[in-house]
Ligand binder design. Structure first.
Ligand code: ATP
Length: 255
């Protein structure tokens, strides 16, 4: 579980995060949604320890980040997996090489231990025949699977995903969402996902934090988001005609 209290982050005069308090639960897919520029990426990077907030606190499973020693902070970083927007694979490395990279960087495992772990995580993300291919030789959906395999190879307690669906067709996007959800539940990971994708909200939004202008405007689940009368949330969720119709049907059914 990650508990955030009153987080503020500015860049010069620009006050981006204006006092966010939130909890991200273990074994759940926690989604951060909000319009472009609302501060989602800055928030995610702050949770990852890439940005230092000027005010407020973050506790990882009860341990306050500000009270950790340098070694403890390094250990914590190794417990964090990250799936970047656009996969961010190393083009010059094979699928296996990409997944091996964190193991070589951060562990002293033998070659055979590494190979066992690589085989295990690639199988877990349903990539069996792609070990020796290069990123340019596989599809976008397969690249995401490699990025997920690389993110979980160190057995993380925390998994952060920035727009994991960007660039994927809707069907592949749902498969990737479901994979992230299954892995989160199976390994009891605290997963935080930044997304614009309303399909993701509906499919895996077990807990949703809606940001507006650097503040938490609303929180709830995918079931609750359809019932809310919060105008900022409904404007965001129902900006598409399809979702407007879904809401209308929901309201008609309710009456
Ligand atoms: N390193 C930085 N230095 C200065 N300003 C920044 C920095 N990173 C982000 N910002 C500003 O913070 C604001 C919020 O940006 P952020 O990337 O968090 O938005 P977002 O909600 O993730 O948007 P999107 O959905 O488009 O990715 C923007 O105005 C952006 O210009």
């Amino acid at each position: 579980m990650i508990a955030v209290e009153n987080i503020h982050k500015s860049f010069g005069e620009a006050h981006i995060l204006k006092g966010i308090t939130a909890r991200f639960e273990k074994g759940k897919t926690n989604l951060i949604i909000g319009q472009s520029g609302s501060g989602k990426t800055v928030f995610l990077k702050t949770l990852l320890g890439l940005f230092t907030p000027e005010q407020g606190s973050i506790a990882y499973d009860g341990k306050l980040y500000s009270e950790l020693t340098g070694d403890e902070k390094r250990n914590l970083r190794q417990e964090m997996g990250m799936v970047f927007q656009g996969s961010a694979l190393f083009d010059s490395m094979t699928v296996e090489g990409n997944v091996r990279f964190p193991l070589e960087m951060f562990t002293k495992q033998s070659k055979s231990e590494m190979q066992d772990r690589i085989d295990f995580v690639l199988k877990r993300v349903n990539l069996i025949d792609a070990h020796h291919k290069y990123p340019s030789e596989i599809s976008g959906g397969m690249q995401k699977r490699v990025a997920i395999a690389r993110a979980i190879v160190m057995n993380p307690k925390y998994l952060f995903c920035d727009e994991p669906n960007s660039g994927l067709d809707p069907k592949t996007a749902i498969l990737i969402d479901n994979l992230i959800q299954e892995i989160t539940e199976e390994y009891d990971i605290t997963t935080v996902i930044n997304t614009h994708d309303m399909n993701s909200v509906m499919e895996i939004g077990k807990k949703i934090i809606f940001l507006k202008n650097g503040l938490k405007e609303w929180e709830g689940s995918n079931k609750e988001i359809f019932k809310t009368d919060n105008k900022a949330v409904t404007d965001f969720v129902y900006s598409s005609e399809l979702f407007k119709k879904v809401r209308q049907m929901y309201i008609e059914e309710r009456n």
